[in-house]
Write a new protein. Structure first.
Lengths: 439, 439
């Protein structure tokens, strides 16, 4: 089939912007054929674009032969352009239709699509990920990523307003893991390098100059665990602030969460209903539970966790039921957290770290950092890490490292909270083969 | 030395916000000791923070013994807090000083700093990169990254306003290079994976659903070349737009460049003079030269380049002299560009691609993409690439791939243009060992 080129056509409206009041106006629409219904004398073409759908009505007798022959060959997912006249009508839900004067066919599509993207007959997640490019055309999925987009935009606006500077730290690092999760190794011009699991050390070094920094970007964790909430590659939203304590950045974080919920509610009034999801704007301050309180809460539910141990997933599930919204968990055992977290002055067994929970999901974690070289070296050793491999980082502590604190939010988990999606694969753009790679 | 903790102190002002009009007001300042001058009866401490400096004056007889003893031990780069009273004065350039009531010392610093960060005695770039955390405390360097921050913020605002959706595509890819530059390989749970060199294939797949997408983030190129303009890891600003041609996205790009220059000029009125740099807001449209015109221009300068060959760096230097501002180079030979660039319908020898040049520097490149599977497979083969390894990408073309176009800007090069920096290492946050890694 001979395909048309765009030529001098420019879109005048998205589908949803075509209103009955525009009766008689000429519009140019671009999009894809979602459905075709043929009633002999009349043909209905549902045109889909990013913003929604609109009915293009082809009354056989009333349109040009060119329009008719074009409309004859249309199939689902053909990408097309329609120049036509808006008509007020009673027969469509949106009370409007477009009568085409000219149709352009830009590209065709296979006759056997792997799934129905109207969402009427839902496909299995694996089928969807196998044809992710098509799967993402579902109104529901577009809504998910519009909400994620809106959330990240809101986060930036909030942090800009607080005079944070956005930075881009290296992903390929020469050495030095921050401990904990394993690193992916990269062959870097014959030498062995690694993929950064966080901007932690860099952002700490940067508070000496920029004072308030943040970064949004992909980081990497070679953890074998492959659950519905973990990814080996994830987008992290990191901040670090000089002359601040854990309490300062916790207040910043809860205000940010409140702001994000507020903005997404305001800006995504079409997307949230599409997902049959609603967001409650939280009150601040959020509930603050100490690690010890959490153990007590769980004990009451007959879940015994020996002091100092991490809280296992099933316990978090219970905890999420007891505290069904946002809450902080503070005062974790020092040994259970990373080497750079500051122990409490009054009780070094506990540290100035926090996790921000939303029900059972850990959305963010952070804390006050150690600002003195001596203590940092002590903690490195206690963690079984070699101070030598942190030579470059430790050097920065000779140049006047200020007291500082920070946190990191997992963007995918935040998106799950904002969209109501339960499977993290639905809020990423990875194709299925990417997940096949994971164990 | 016993260090102080922040306690309940909160910064009331940055150094630059302390004005003579505030005479008598009490302020709380945080920052670092930049210089100390002792005139016996009186001591001058220059306090530096992210925004600038201010003089803290200690008249021995008039301050408490605590303040005196604290100020006695101060050294360069100690991070401190000062609670004091603003005093109007004639003796300082900014006509203001602060008399301390209380001083807190948060951290000390080494007595032998590797460089003078006042910039009075400039250090060699390698020395600077070896102590990057300290180097970045130079007012000049803070200015560079504030300008980069302002530029990226402006780019986002511009693209949001044009309804682009920000996305996060995978960095670890299972297979399939887009050809051209080599890829870094990653050991991914026993399997071999690669680091993405661009979001090209993903962003093209996404125009079928989101229509207008953009991404800002790090990408990776395992090119042996290590020049003053190349990085093996770089930040790319990518857009892709459905139902658009090269000309459409070129117009978008030149408007964006004009907007960025305008905003940076407006918002960085302290930073640009610090760098002794100025930005001229360009007129649009930018000059458009065809590849053939460029060969002619160069021929006149006695630089002969056989048709179809790439333009070597020295030739670009000459070209930058002939065209000393922004210009596009269009209509490149098809075989010289990537497989996904659309050949011209009227002359398949040439393709609908463009580079955006600023003097000798290539700031961005883009073009109309191939939207039909058949032609894409043909081009893959011509490029010596295996269609099988693009199976997943080609599949998307069965679902109604619309005509589309896009471009990518190199953030580091844009920053060089906006800051006047000539060495790309000065606009990145990589420590020197990162560059030692490169050949």
């Amino acid at each position: 089939m001979k395909l048309d080129s765009i030529g001098d056509w420019h879109r005048t409206h998205y589908s949803v912007d075509v209103k009955p009041e525009m009766d008689g106006e000429e519009v140019t629409l671009f999009g894809w054929v979602q459905e075709i219904r043929d009633l002999g004398g009349i043909r209905f073409i549902i045109l889909q674009d990013r913003e929604g759908t609109i009915q293009v009505t082809v009354p056989r007798k009333k349109v040009s032969s060119e329009v008719l022959s074009k409309s004859d060959v249309l199939q689902k997912r053909y990408s097309i352009g329609v120049k036509g006249v808006v008509k007020k009508t009673e027969i469509t839900p949106r009370k409007v239709e477009v009568i085409p004067k000219e149709i352009k066919i830009f590209s065709t599509a296979t006759q056997c699509l792997p799934m129905d993207i109207t969402g009427k007959t839902p496909a299995h997640i694996d089928v969807r990920l196998d044809a992710r490019a098509l799967d993402l055309c579902q109104e529901e999925n577009i809504a998910v990523f519009k909400i994620q987009h809106t959330a990240t935009e809101a986060i930036r606006d909030f942090l800009f307003e607080k005079s944070f500077i956005e930075v881009h730290t290296p992903r390929i690092i020469a050495s030095a893991t921050e401990g904990g999760a394993a690193l992916f190794s990269v062959k870097y011009f014959g030498k062995k390098a690694f993929l950064a699991q966080s901007p932690q050390l860099y952002k700490e070094e940067l508070v000496m100059s920029f004072e308030k920094v943040f970064e949004v970007g992909p980081f990497f964790r070679a953890e074998e665990s492959h659950t519905r909430r973990h990814l080996s590659e994830f987008v992290s939203i990191d901040i670090e602030q000089a002359f601040a304590t854990a309490e300062d950045v916790m207040q910043l974080l809860e205000q940010l969460m409140q702001y994000v919920c507020k903005i997404v509610n305001e800006k995504c009034q079409r997307e949230l209903p599409t997902l049959k999801h609603s967001i409650e704007v939280p009150e601040v301050p959020f509930k603050r539970l100490r690690y010890d309180d959490v153990l007590q809460d769980l004990k009451r539910e007959r879940i015994e966790i020996p002091w100092g141990e991490d809280i296992p997933t099933p316990a978090f599930r219970t905890l999420g039921k007891i505290h069904p919204y946002f809450y902080f968990i503070t005062d974790w055992p020092t040994h259970s957290k990373a080497f750079y977290i500051k122990p409490r002055d009054d009780n070094p067994e506990l540290c100035e770290s926090f996790d921000l929970m939303w029900r059972r999901i850990e959305l963010a974690s952070g804390g006050t950092r150690i600002a003195t070289k001596k203590l940092l070296i002590k903690r490195l050793k206690e963690k079984g890490l070699k101070p030598e491999s942190f030579k470059h980082h430790l050097q920065a502590f000779d140049y006047g490292m200020p007291p500082h604190a920070g946190w990191a939010i997992g963007l995918e988990r935040l998106t799950m909270m904002l969209t109501g999606k339960k499977n993290i694969r639905e809020v990423t753009l990875y194709p299925r083969d990417r997940f096949r790679l994971t164990p």
